[in-house]
Design a protein around this ligand. Structure first.
Ligand code: BES
Ligand code: ZN
Ligand code: ZN
Length: 465
């Protein structure tokens, strides 16, 4: 893992190249006060402070200063320094005016690479770009957020062959060891008896990739109990309802919900939020073999509801159903789950906006506000009661997919809701966990989407009460 803490360091008066940030309002006044050579250079380069992420280098003998345009100086975006951190040469830098605040995150993440599978490391020849800050107290926060985001990216990017249920378990046990948390893993016969849906979905996998429920508990007994659940489908072939090649291509990312849940747990623990945390990751591979569960099979869930399998590709809601049931048994005041649950959520909202389903308006408002403040957007979709009827089965209590091809994200959420007692506040994030096109500080591939928003909402809820 990138050593983020070495890239954001306290100001001890060390030599640092100044970075001047300007926006389209401030540029005119700022440029007037510059030496004549700077003005001439910026004019020659047509640098006018208007297009964010644009930057120019101002020579000072054999050294240089930097000027970079941002959208809004008063509210720095987390990504406004990312292009700089990507492109500047190694060395130490410092904002000439003000502090990086939220933008420290992009500075850090721009220097993270997933290069475990490259024989020639792309960035090897270039040294670190270090940012100096006068707000030493905020360094840890930024470093932890960068680490959590990088954890999601790395877990999602790791090929399914190298990241199965056992490796997800390993990631959780690493976190448990670091933080004196308790880890419990249920597999084999105990899984079949206690979590029949998780066992059914994972039945086709080879023994080394056997299904399991991974749980981690942390915190003081008297603090409010919260549960975090993440869909850990390490590869989704669709099962016997096999996906076409195009649909299967990036299904290594189908454990993206689990990666988000682990990263959120890590943030909660490292920042010592006063909660009693219960993390649950149902980890499976939705594979194909003679042992695979079938369309038309009926499985009695942990909750007791009989579920008819209409489609083996709607497996995420099945493993989550048993995990949510277990989470509810602990009587938490809040459950949040993350899942790469439906293609329909992407059709509705595109790749950048996790669809969010919430059974309480106040919790939805908290999440929306946190999403705005952290620039980690979420968008609420309805748990539309009237559609609930369409989850009926001819022979069982409920089917895992509706007959209708429409509103797929809503049906998946309504299915999950059947397993969450209405007294418990609950948010379900149907996230893509993936970036299809790179942006500064955000390479193509695995991505944390909704993580910072949910963590910020947790901080508000539990630090300020
Ligand atoms: N993992 C997929 C959802 C998915 C698909 C996420 C594409 C990201 C990209 C999920 O298990 C799935 O296959 N869902 C089906 C449900 C359907 C069979 C009711 C879907 O969305 O098509
Ligand atoms: Zn599926
Ligand atoms: Zn899936």
């Amino acid at each position: 893992m990138t050593d983020f803490a070495s890239l954001l360091v306290p100001d001890r008066g060390q030599a640092a190249r100044p970075i001047h940030l300007v926006d389209k309002e401030s540029f005119g006044d700022w440029v007037k006060k510059r030496p004549a050579e700077d003005r001439a250079l910026l004019e020659a380069m047509r640098f006018d402070g208007k297009s964010a992420q644009d930057f120019a280098v101002l020579p000072r003998g054999s050294e240089f200063e930097v000027v970079s345009a941002v959208k809004d100086l008063a509210a720095l975006s987390p990504w406004c320094l990312a292009a700089l951190a990507e492109k500047l040469p190694e060395g130490t830098y410092k904002l000439a005016e003000g502090e990086p605040r939220a933008a420290a995150l992009g500075w850090l993440l721009a220097q993270h690479r997933f290069d475990a599978y490259r024989s020639a490391k792309k960035d090897a020849e270039r040294g670190p770009r270090i940012l100096v800050t006068g707000e030493a107290a905020k360094i840890d926060t930024a470093v932890r957020l960068a680490e959590a985001t990088a954890l999601v990216r790395d877990l999602v990017n790791t090929p399914a062959a190298d990241l199965g249920p056992a490796e997800l378990e390993r990631a959780a046990s690493d976190l448990a060891k670091r933080s004196a948390a308790q880890l419990r893993v249920t597999s084999g016969i105990d899984l079949q008896e206690g979590y029949p849906l998780i066992a059914a979905v994972g039945a086709a996998a080879t023994p080394e990739r056997a299904p399991r429920l991974i749980e981690l508990e942390w915190g003081k007994p008297d603090d409010p109990r919260v549960a975090i659940v993440g869909k850990g489908v390490c590869f989704d072939t669709g099962g016997l309802d096999l996906k076409p090649a195009s649909g299967m291509r990036i299904m290594k990312k189908d454990m993206g919900g689990a990666a988000h849940a682990l990263a959120l747990a890590q943030l909660i623990i490292e920042n010592r939020l006063p909660v009693r945390l219960h993390l649950l990751v149902p980890a499976v591979e939705n594979a194909v073999s003679g042992a695979a569960y079938r369309p038309g099979d009926i499985v009695k869930s942990r909750k007791g509801l009989f579920v008819e399998i209409d489609n083996t590709d709607a497996e995420g809601r099945l493993v989550l159903a048993d995990a949510l049931t277990k989470a509810a048994e602990g009587e938490p005041e809040l459950i949040v789950n993350f899942a790469t649950l439906t293609g329909a959520a992407r059709v509705a909202l595109g790749p950048d906006l996790p669809a969010t389903f919430v059974n309480r308006d106040d919790l939805a408002a908290e999440l929306e506000q946190a999403a705005r403040e952290t620039e980690d957007p979420l968008w609420r979709l309805p748990l539309w009661d009237a559609y609930d009827d369409n989850l009926k089965s001819d022979v069982a209590d409920i089917a895992n997919a509706p007959a209708s091809p429409m509103a797929g994200a809503i049906y998946a959420a309504l299915f999950l809701r059947r397993f969450v007692p209405s007294e418990i506040s609950w948010a379900h994030l149907d996230t893509w966990a993936w970036r299809d096109a790179q942006k500064p500080g955000r390479p193509k591939g695995g991505e944390a989407l909704g993580l910072r928003a949910v963590f910020a909402a947790f901080e508000r809820r539990y630090l300020q009460r």
